[in-house]
Design a protein around this ligand. Structure first.
Ligand SMILES: [Zn+2]
Ligand SMILES: [Zn+2]
Ligand SMILES: [Zn+2]
Length: 142
């Protein structure tokens, strides 16, 4: 019996016609095409990972904002997405990643970037604690 001819295909990268040696072959077999295809795949994967991370972070941030509210703990203004900072009341390290914030949520407050700068000035330069800063604020702003 005559063997059925190998299927003719077009390389997914260069478009050249080739005879597939097995059913799943999609590339012509040249090393350049293999390399290109690999790079494309890697880029797609990285993009996907980044998108996945962003979506996940957005969900976690929404959770954080639900708990901390949407206004600055110092000036009480509504904080926009761009200007929000999650600040650690005990001035412990505070990586901006939402995982860390959620895990230690009771230590965190939401502040605007301006107040955040002020907080760190009062703490880092003048050595004031969160409580001292709050009572100072109360005295000055009521
Ligand atoms: Zn090719
Ligand atoms: Zn503020
Ligand atoms: Zn801070």
């Amino acid at each position: 019996m005559e063997k059925s001819p190998l299927p003719k295909r077009h390389c997914l990268v260069c478009g050249k016609e080739f005879y597939a040696k097995h059913g799943r072959q999609i590339l012509c077999g040249s090393p350049e095409c293999r390399e290109k295809r690999r790079n494309l795949w890697l880029r797609k994967k990285r993009l996907h990972d980044k998108k996945y991370r962003e979506e996940r972070n957005a969900k976690l941030e929404a959770k954080i904002l639900h708990i901390l509210g949407k206004s600055c703990a110092i000036c009480r203004k509504t904080v926009t997405q761009k200007h929000k900072r999650f600040h650690n009341k005990y001035f412990r390290r505070h990586p901006s990643g939402p995982d860390y914030v959620l895990k230690h949520i009771e230590e965190f407050v939401l502040v605007c970037w301006k107040c955040h700068q002020g907080l760190h000035f009062l703490h880092d330069i003048l050595g004031m604690s969160w409580e001292q800063i709050l009572s100072l604020k109360e005295k000055m702003l009521g």
